[in-house]
Design a protein around this ligand. Structure first.
Ligand code: GLC
Length: 627
């Protein structure tokens, strides 16, 4: 088949819908649409033959990313290996972690000190010089592809840096450039917006607008004052940003993370989140990718409650994102660590499990951002739990101020008016490892290590793709050096963005290796069994013990029953389902489940399945009660 025929075929089957959506949003602007279609064809032609080959393979097998071995890792290029070339040199380590989806955190040009960790892009086509060049990026994605690793990158689409050429021109008075943003001569309209739009960073960047002294204008800045919101009501913005997206795709990126996507449409009198037009825009981006680069996936960053997240999958006929973050489950997990009560988590997982299996969630324990306490307070209210008081409890516990807590988190954007602080910290520090290493308390160290391992075992059994936060696999602790950097000291998210602890890896540090090997064992079991694939059914079950979460996976005849003890004490669990219990062994240790009656050690876990698998001794966290 000739290439252009391929493009035409894909375009023809989607053109009507694309045209409909575009014309609806952009007041029937046919010229704008024609421009978009021409540019799509150009990007298609420029796409490398190897990327096109991948596209064809994936078009023929649309479930290609839902396998049982899918394992992600997110990392900062600079922290992990200094430069993109450095990451390429360290791919052996990435592979040794079993990772086949690598999320490289923002690496495009952004001004030093006004970059929000790379989320203020000044040039969508240039790599930060300290990290390398576009060529290096392409070489890295090619090498990854050769080694079976897919690459994910952020597409920071809600805003640009104030240093972007569009922003500079707007600042200088160029009327066209100003129409790409939200510019106002005075505060009249911005003040109206402020009545209904909540604040993202109430402490570190209050308000949603910024006064530009030099040109006497007010500009919309939902995030930091140096991140200017793009106006997607202007089709030129959409067309150009689609061009930037396709440019990234043509660099060999397999997964595009749509950063802060709920915010991309603004309307006076609303909260400017998740408006219907956002879904039109995402659907159009999906269509564009299906036409130009169907092997590329869209991952939506929607840090909202489940009812707001799920619509970003679109419908079966009109899908939007391929994958979304399982953010409420993540927050509910840390609530469970702090309360040792699995009730809310079970309820949350039940809601996720009830969704169609086509929906793929990206599961994670920690990421580069804070943990926001977006929990199901309507449900918690039934138990007399008040939202503000509960957030305070969680923050106290996870910052180590709560009774009996070894957690070492830090508050983030503590808004005293709303009593609404969020939380930062690495998995290991939140799990107590930092405190007990400092105290040199070996007994407690075991408990902290068990907590880290249990959390990962629980992560790996969920429905969807696990995304490990680089460093968590070796128990990376909080890094306090950000406090010495004037550009970072106000943003406590840097506490969990420290340099990768190569020293621990190179020296084969006992503690680090204990976590690493346990994870590898679990990941290997997962990659070796079909029951961990997206097509399996996943459900929770009643364990008879509020501290212990039960998750069951089923595929055909195969069943896995897993227990996770979210408390620091021994807990008894019951397996009432005879069919599941008979002949079941812990897949990790090979031990049998005895007469429906077992005891989990502090933060212990077990994955019971029917097959005996060989593995090294010493990884069981479940033991039979004598007698
Ligand atoms: C996303 C990123 C976050 C950033 C924000 C603004 O939410 O995850 O780190 O601060 O977008 O770009």
């Amino acid at each position: 088949m000739k290439q252009s025929e391929e493009f035409t075929r894909r375009m023809e089957s989607r053109y009507d819908e694309l045209k409909w959506l575009y014309c609806e949003l952009y007041h029937n602007d046919r010229q704008g649409l024609a421009w978009l279609c021409d540019s799509m064809e150009r990007y298609y032609e420029e796409r490398s033959e190897s990327c096109k080959e991948k596209d064809r393979r994936r078009e023929a097998n649309p479930d290609w990313y839902k396998g049982n071995d899918a394992l992600g890792m997110m990392m900062y290029t600079e922290s992990f290996a200094g430069t993109l070339k450095g990451v390429k040199d360290k791919l052996d380590y990435v592979k040794s972690c079993g990772v086949n989806l690598l999320h490289l955190m923002p690496l495009l040009e952004s001004p030093k000190g006004r970059d929000d960790g790379g989320y203020a892009v000044a040039d969508f086509r240039k790599v930060q010089p300290e990290l390398g060049t576009m060529e290096d990026l392409k070489e890295l994605t090619e090498e990854c592809s050769r080694q079976g690793i897919n690459c994910c990158m952020d597409f920071v689409m809600n805003h640009t840096s104030e240093d972007h050429e569009w922003a500079r021109a707007a600042r200088a008075g160029d009327a066209d450039a100003r129409r790409r943003y939200f510019f106002y001569d005075n505060w009249d309209i911005p003040s109206e917006y402020e009545k209904t739009v909540p604040q993202v960073f109430p402490t570190t960047a209050p308000g949603n607008f910024t006064w530009l002294e030099d040109c006497g204008q007010v500009v919309m800045t939902t995030f930091y004052p140096y991140q200017w919101d793009l106006n997607y009501g202007n089709c030129v913005v959409f067309n150009d940003m689609v061009g930037n997206l396709l440019f990234l795709a043509n660099c060999g990126i397999d997964v595009i993370r749509l950063d802060a996507v709920p915010y991309i449409w603004k309307e006076l009198g609303t909260n400017c989140r998740n408006l219907p037009q956002v879904h039109n825009l995402v659907r159009m981006m999906r269509l564009v990718c299906e036409i130009v680069c169907p092997g590329v996936l869209l991952l939506g960053e929607v840090v909202m409650e489940p009812a707001k997240v799920v619509p970003y999958f679109g419908t079966v006929e009109k899908p939007e994102c391929h994958m979304l973050y399982n953010v409420t489950t993540m927050a509910s997990t840390w609530h469970t660590i702090a309360t040792r009560d699995t009730g809310l988590l079970k309820r949350q997982l039940d809601q996720v499990c009830a969704l169609p299996r086509e929906y793929v969630f990206l599961n994670y324990l920690r990421c580069h951002d804070d943990i926001g306490w977006g929990l199901d307070y309507d449900w918690l209210k039934n138990f007399g739990i008040d939202e503000a008081a509960h957030k305070k409890y969680l923050n106290d516990y996870l910052t180590g101020r709560g009774y009996g807590s070894d957690s070492r988190g830090a508050l983030y954007n503590d808004d005293p008016r709303l009593r609404d602080a969020r939380l930062c910290g690495t998995t290991a520090s939140l799990s107590g490892l930092e405190a007990v290493l400092y105290e040199r308390n070996d007994a407690k160290k075991e408990t902290a290590l068990s907590c880290i391992k249990m959390l990962h075992a629980y992560l790996l059994i969920q429905s969807g793709i696990p995304m490990i936060y680089s460093g968590d696999e070796v128990g990376q602790l909080n890094d306090y050096s950000y406090k010495d950097d004037p550009f970072k000291r106000d943003d406590s998210r840097y506490i969990h963005r420290g340099k990768f602890p190569w020293k621990l890896v190179d020296a084969k540090d006992d503690t680090a290796m204990e976590i690493f090997h346990e994870l590898r064992k679990l990941e290997t079991i997962r990659a070796g069994r079909d029951i961990f694939a997206g097509k399996a059914s996943v459900e929770t079950f009643e364990t008879g013990n509020v501290h212990v979460l039960g998750i069951r996976r089923r595929l055909g005849e195969d069943v896995i029953t897993a227990y996770f003890n979210f408390s620091g004490e021994n807990q008894t669990v019951w397996e009432m389902d005879r069919e599941c219990a008979t002949g079941a062994v812990d897949l990790c240790s090979g031990r049998a489940l005895s007469d429906f009656h077992d005891e989990l050690q502090p933060y212990g876990y077990a994955w019971f399945g029917k097959e005996r698998r060989k593995c090294n001794d010493g990884c069981s966290s479940i033991r039979r009660i004598a007698g």
